[in-house]
Design a binder for this molecule. Structure first.
Ligand SMILES: Cc1cc2nc3c(=O)[nH]c(=O)nc-3n(C[C@H](O)[C@H](O)[C@H](O)COP(=O)(O)OP(=O)(O)OC[C@H]3O[C@@H](n4cnc5c(N)ncnc54)[C@H](O)[C@@H]3O)c2cc1C
Length: 318
C-alpha cells in the first residue's frame, strides 16, 4: 500500500477527467487520474462518434478516449489503475482511498465520475448496443435520418428524446409500459401534437431483435402488459430513455446532491461548496451530458483548481 501525493487529484478518466488532467498538467499541477472500472468512460462502450469537434469523418469512441489519455500522459499526467472506495474531504489535502488500500492525497480534488445510462437488461440490448440500440438520441439520432425509430420510457427523458428524434425520423414510436406518461404536461402536449410520433401504451420490451453481425437491429419485441400478447415493432433504431444514474455514492453526506443524485455546483462553475473540490462532466450535469460539454467543464475545473492553489500559495507566502 502506498500514498500518492499531487496538487490535483482527479477521480474519473472520461472526457471530463482527462480534459481536467490535460489542463492541470500543462499548469504544472502534476495531476493524478484514478481511472475507475471504466478507463476512458462511457465513450468506450459506443462505436461511431460524429459530433466531437475536430474530426471531419466519423471516429470511434474507444479510439477518441485512447487519444485523450495519451495526450494527458504526454503532458505529464500520472494514470492510476484503481477505483476509489472512500473519500475524505474534511480539509486539504483531500484523501481518496483505492480498493487495494492505496491512498491518494490531493491539494485539490476534481470529481469526474460520470453518470451511467440506465438499461433495460433484456435480451439483445448489449449485443446490439451501437448497432441499433442506443441510450442517447442527441449522440446517435443523426444516424437514423429517414428511418424508423423506437423510444422506450415514459418520463421527461423519453419524451424529450422522442421529440428530438423527429428532427431526423419521420416515424417515431414511443413504447411505454403504463397507460400514461410521467413527463411534464407541456412536453406531453408537444409530443401528442407531433404527427411523426405514435405511442404504444401498456407495452414492455421483451427483447431487441436483429443480428449484430449483419444489419443490426430490425425490431423490438414487446409484450402487452394487459393482454400478455407479444408483437414485434419493426425499427432501425431503438433508444432506451429510462434515465441516468450519476456515480455519486462516494459523496453522499459529504457534498450537496440534487434530487436525482447529481452533485450541486455553483451555477456556471464547477465549484462545490467545499473550497478546492470541483465537479465536472456528467456527474454534475443532468441537462447536456455530451463528451464535449464534459470536456469543457473538465477544463473549467482545472482552471479553477489552478486559481485556487495560486491564491492559497500567495496567502501562505505573505
Ligand atoms: C452509448 C453511448 C453513446 C454516446 N455517444 C456520444 C456521442 O456520440 N457524442 C457525445 O458527445 N457523447 C456521447 N455519449 C455521452 C458521453 O459519453 C458522456 O457525456 C461523457 O462520456 C461524459 O463524460 P464524463 O467524463 O463526465 O464521464 P464518463 O465518461 O462517464 O466517465 C466517468 C469515469 O469515472 C470513473 N469512475 C466512476 N466511479 C469511479 C470511482 N469510484 N473511482 C475511480 N473512477 C471512477 C469511470 O471509470 C470513468 O472513467 C454517449 C454515451 C453513451 C452511453
Amino acid at each position: 500500500m502506498a500514498t500518492h501525493k499531487t496538487r490535483m487529484l482527479i477521480i474519473g478518466s472520461g472526457p471530463a477527467g482527462l480534459s481536467a488532467a490535460i489542463y492541470g498538467a500543462r499548469a504544472g499541477m502534476e495531476p493524478i487520474v484514478v481511472q475507475g472500472l471504466q478507463p476512458g468512460g462511457q465513450l468506450t462502450i459506443t462505436t461511431d462518434v460524429e459530433n466531437y469537434p475536430g474530426f471531419r469523418d466519423v471516429i470511434q469512441g474507444p479510439w477518441l478516449m485512447q487519444e485523450m489519455q495519451a495526450q494527458a500522459e504526454h503532458v505529464g499526467t500520472r494514470m492510476m489503475w484503481d477505483t476509489i472506495v472512500e473519500v475524505q474531504m474534511d480539509g486539504s489535502p483531500f484523501r481518496a482511498i483505492g480498493d487495494g488500500g492505496d491512498v491518494y492525497e490531493g491539494e485539490t480534488l476534481v470529481i469526474a465520475t460520470g453518470a451511467q445510462a440506465k438499461w433495460l437488461g433484456v435480451e439483445g440490448e448489449q449485443e446490439l448496443g451501437g448497432k441499433g440500440v442506443s441510450a442517447c438520441a442527441t449522440c446517435d439520432g443523426f444516424f437514423y435520418r429517414g428511418k424508423k425509430v423506437v423510444v422506450i420510457g415514459g418520463g421527461n427523458t423519453a419524451v424529450e428524446e422522442a421529440l428530438y428524434l423527429t428532427n431526423h425520423s419521420p416515424d417515431v414510436t414511443v413504447v411505454h409500459r403504463r397507460d400514461s406518461f410521467r413527463a411534464e404536461k407541456i412536453l406531453q402536449d408537444r409530443l401528442f401534437a407531433n404527427e411523426k410520433v405514435s405511442v404504444e401504451w401498456n407495452k414492455a420490451v421483451k427483447r431487441f431483435v436483429g443480428d449484430p453481425a449483419s444489419g443490426g437491429l430490425t425490431g423490438v419485441e414487446v409484450v402487452d402488459t394487459v393482454t400478455g400478447e407479444t408483437s414485434i415493432i419493426p425499427a432501425d433504431g431503438a433508444f432506451v430513455a429510462i434515465g441516468h444514474a450519476p456515480a455519486t455514492e462516494l459523496f453522499k453526506d459529504k457534498l450537496e446532491l440534487d434530487g436525482s443524485g447529481y452533485i450541486v455546483v455553483e451555477v456556471g462553475t464547477p465549484k462545490t461548496a467545499i473550497p478546492g473540490v470541483f465537479a465536472c462532466g456528467d456527474v454534475m450535469d443532468h441537462t447536456y451530458r455530451q463528451a464535449v460539454t464534459a470536456a469543457g467543464t473538465g477544463c473549467m475545473a482545472a482552471l479553477d483548481a489552478e486559481r485556487y492553489l495560486g491564491e492559497k500559495d500567495f496567502k501562505a507566502a505573505e
